[in-house]
Design a protein around this ligand. Structure first.
Ligand SMILES: NC(=O)c1ccc[n+]([C@@H]2O[C@H](COP(=O)([O-])OP(=O)(O)OC[C@H]3O[C@@H](n4cnc5c(N)ncnc54)[C@H](OP(=O)(O)O)[C@@H]3O)[C@@H](O)[C@H]2O)c1
Length: 321
C-alpha cells in the first residue's frame, strides 16, 4: 500500500482483480462495454448519473458519477483493474459545458490513479485538436492530454459516429424520414460519415483493456458513405417517400433548432453540423470495426425510426412530447 500525498488516501497497485469499472453502463456505449465485459466473465462496477436505471436482474455494481466528490470517486475505483471511460457531454446545457467536462474527466483520471487502477481505456472522438474552434473537439484533445499526463497506462479509442442498439443518430434520421415529407441536407452533403457499430467499439475496448502499452487509435467501421448516400440508404431501408432537399449549410442548424424545439430535444447543434461538414466524422485509415453500416441498416430497418430517441430525456430526464 502507498499513501497519496494529495488526499492522504491509501492506494495499492492491483494486478487483475477481475473487476472493471465502466462509466454509464445504463446509457449507450457504456452499456455495450459492460455487456461485453460481463459476457467475458468480468465483474463490472458502473459509475453513473442514473443509478435508478439499474434493474434487479443487473449484474452490475452501481456507484455515483459525482465529480465533486474526489474521495468518493477514489473509493468507487478501488479494486478496479481497468476503467473504461465513456464520459462526455454532447452539448453544453445547464451548468455543464465542455470546459467543465474536461475538468470532470481530469478528476476521474486522478481518482483512478489514486485508487491504483491499472489501465484506462478512454473513448474519445476522431480528429480532436487543441486548436479546434469547436469546444467539443478542443475539449476532447485536452482530455486526451490530461489522460496522458495521469501516469496510468492507457488506450484512447477515437470513433467518429456510433450506430447500433438504441443509438440516436441513425434512428432519428429514420424517424424524420418516416414522418416528414421533406428532409433537409446541409450543403451538398458530400462529407463522409464513418460509423462503427457500438458492439465493435466495445470489443475494441476490451482488446485495449488487455494491453499494457499506451496507444491511440481510430475506432471506425469499414464503410464511409457521404451524408447524402447515408440518408438515401436509410430512406430506402425504411421505404420513406420523403424528398431530400439541399439547403445552405448556414440554414441547416436553424431548421434543426426549430424541429428540435418542437420535439423537446436537441436534434443537431451548429457545431455538430460544422464538424460533419468539415469532414471530422471521417478518417482514411484502416477499419478497426467489422460491421458494415449498410448491412446493419437492412437488418434493422423494420424497427429503425419507429420511435423518436430523445437525447435530452436520456440525460436530463425531461419528458418528451
Ligand atoms: N454517440 C456517438 O455517436 C459518438 C460518436 C463519437 C464519439 N463518441 C464518444 O463516445 C463516448 C460515449 O458516447 P455515448 O454516446 O455512448 O455517451 P452516453 O452513453 O450517452 O454517455 C456516456 C457517459 O457520459 C455521461 N453523460 C452524458 N451526457 C451527460 C451530461 N449532460 N451530464 C452528465 N453526464 C453525462 C453519461 O452519464 P449517465 O451514466 O448518467 O448516463 C455516461 O456516463 C463519448 O466520449 C463521446 O464523445 C460518441
Amino acid at each position: 500500500m502507498t499513501k497519496d500525498s494529495a488526499t492522504g488516501l491509501q492506494s495499492a497497485r492491483v494486478t487483475d482483480t477481475g473487476l472493471d469499472a465502466v462509466t454509464g453502463a445504463f446509457s449507450y456505449s457504456g452499456r455495450a462495454i459492460a455487456t461485453a465485459l460481463t459476457d467475458a466473465g468480468r465483474h463490472v462496477r458502473t459509475l453513473t448519473g442514473h443509478p435508478n436505471r439499474a434493474t434487479s436482474a443487473s449484474r452490475i455494481e452501481v456507484r455515483p458519477l459525482d465529480f465533486d466528490d474526489q474521495i468518493g470517486l477514489v473509493a468507487s475505483l478501488e479494486g478496479v483493474t481497468t476503467l473504461y471511460n465513456t464520459y462526455w457531454v454532447r452539448f453544453a446545457r445547464q451548468r455543464i459545458d465542455h470546459e467543465l467536462a474536461v475538468e470532470n474527466s481530469r478528476a476521474l483520471f486522478q481518482a483512478a490513479r489514486r485508487a491504483g487502477v491499472e489501465r484506462i481505456v478512454h473513448v474519445s472522438i476522431t480528429h480532436p485538436s487543441v486548436d479546434s474552434a469547436l469546444p467539443y473537439f478542443r475539449g476532447k484533445a485536452l482530455v486526451e492530454r490530461a489522460l496522458a499526463e495521469t501516469g496510468v497506462s492507457y488506450a484512447v479509442l477515437r470513433p467518429a459516429i456510433l450506430f447500433g442498439s438504441d443509438g440516436v443518430l441513425l434512428n432519428n434520421i429514420a424517424w424524420l424520414l418516416r414522418h416528414f415529407p421533406v428532409f433537409a441536407i446541409g450543403g451538398r452533403g458530400d462529407y463522409r460519415i464513418r460509423g462503427i457499430h457500438v458492439d465493435d467499439l466495445a470489443q475494441l475496448c476490451l482488446e485495449k483493456g488487455a494491453q499494457r502499452f499506451d496507444s491511440v487509435s481510430d475506432a471506425v467501421g469499414p464503410e464511409r458513405p457521404t451524408f447524402v448516400e447515408l440518408v438515401n440508404s436509410i430512406k430506402d431501408a425504411v421505404e420513406s417517400r420523403s424528398l431530400l432537399v439541399h439547403v445552405p449549410g448556414a440554414v441547416l442548424p436553424i431548421l434543426s433548432r426549430a424541429v428540435g424545439a418542437a420535439l423537446g430535444d436537441v436534434l443537431l447543434t451548429r457545431d455538430e453540423y460544422r464538424a460533419m461538414a468539415d469532414g471530422l466524422a471521417d478518417t482514411e485509415g484502416p477499419a478497426t470495426g467489422s460491421t458494415a453500416l449498410s448491412d446493419w441498416l437492412i437488418d434493422h430497418a423494420p424497427a429503425l425510426g419507429r420511435t423518436y430517441a430523445n437525447e435530452l430525456k436520456r440525460h436530463f430526464d425531461i419528458a418528451s412530447p
